[in-house]
Design a protein around this ligand. Structure first.
Ligand code: ADP
Length: 267
């Protein structure tokens, strides 16, 4: 039995392989002792770790684990998923939208880090809490799904008011930039505020990603990370914004397990 574990800032992602069967599990990073206890019950298992809390997890478990660098593990996992999903790509950007966002360029056989942004899943949770007082992830994303950010965000077309726009009118000119124009006639619900928070995160992640795609001449941007879990709105924002900006988005099923799967495959 083999375990690949990506111990990240918010979530611990685990891939278990046994007799060619693969299963996926995740825990909150605050539950790292539970993960250690689970591993203790499989003393004969091979364990591969990656992620920021890998060394700490190693100190809690009996197995002498293999460790790999997170970026290499994630790349290996993505390559494995792409092959298995029959969607081989040569040159592409991948954006790992985790607690924060890390962006990489893949040139055939290797990845180089192309940038990043502090906008990501952690910002959705933190800003979402500041705006609404909601700290439960499922409730936060369910509420956001019902929101409407049309009266909160300023689009290019709002500035040009019917005039011909030099760039697509649907592009956001200023996230939250419409509030002072609409505040006297509109009541913003918690759902609207959360939708706008997810909007700014999704558009920032996409903007940074497509700048990298342009710099490296890549057509596809592959998006992974747990931030897309239970958050169709984020996926929609990122997908539509990538297309609007002229690139091809690709979301990998179970992509949030890329680091965990990759470190297992590198072992
Ligand atoms: P990391 O490796 O930094 O932990 P992940 O790819 O696991 O990053 O993504 C973390 C993000 O996933 C969180 O910031 C949050 O937006 C989102 N998320 C998805 N499911 C949950 C959950 N059950 N609890 C908390 N956050 C979750």
């Amino acid at each position: 039995m083999k375990f690949g574990i990506d111990a990240g800032g918010t979530l611990i992602k685990i891939v278990k392989e046994e007799n060619n069967e693969r299963s996926y599990m995740k825990y909150l990073s605050t539950e790292i002792e539970k993960v250690a206890a689970m591993l203790e019950s499989y003393p004969e298992a091979s364990v591969a770790l990656t992620g920021g809390k890998a060394t700490y997890l190693q100190s809690l478990i009996p197995q002498e684990a293999f460790q790999s660098i997170e970026f290499d593990a994630t790349f290996k996992g993505i390559q494995t998923f792409l092959q298995q999903h029959d969607h081989p790509l040569e040159n592409y950007i991948f954006a790992n939208v985790g607690t924060g966002t890390s962006i990489h360029y893949v040139d055939g056989e290797q990845q180089v880090r192309a940038g990043g942004t502090g906008a990501g899943g952690g910002m959705i949770q933190g800003l979402g809490y500041l705006l609404t007082g909601e700290s439960d992830y499922s409730r936060l994303t369910a509420l956001a799904a019902q929101g409407d950010r049309d009266e909160i965000d300023l689009k290019v077309k709002h500035i040009y008011k019917g005039d011909k726009t030099p760039i697509p009118g649907e592009l956001t000119a200023a996230n939250f930039g419409r509030v002072l124009h609409t505040k006297d006639t509109v009541t913003y619900t918690d759902a609207d505020k959360l939708a706008a928070a997810i909007g700014v995160v999704g558009e920032t992640v996409t903007t940074v990603s497509i700048h990298a795609a342009r710099e490296f001449n890549a057509e596809y941007v592959v998006y992974i990370g747990s931030s897309f879990l239970d958050n169709e709105l984020l996926e929609k924002v990122v997908m539509n914004y990538t297309v609007l900006r002229g690139f091809k988005p690709y979301f990998i099923e179970n992509g949030e397990y890329s680091g965990a799967l990759g470190t297992l495959k590198l072992m």
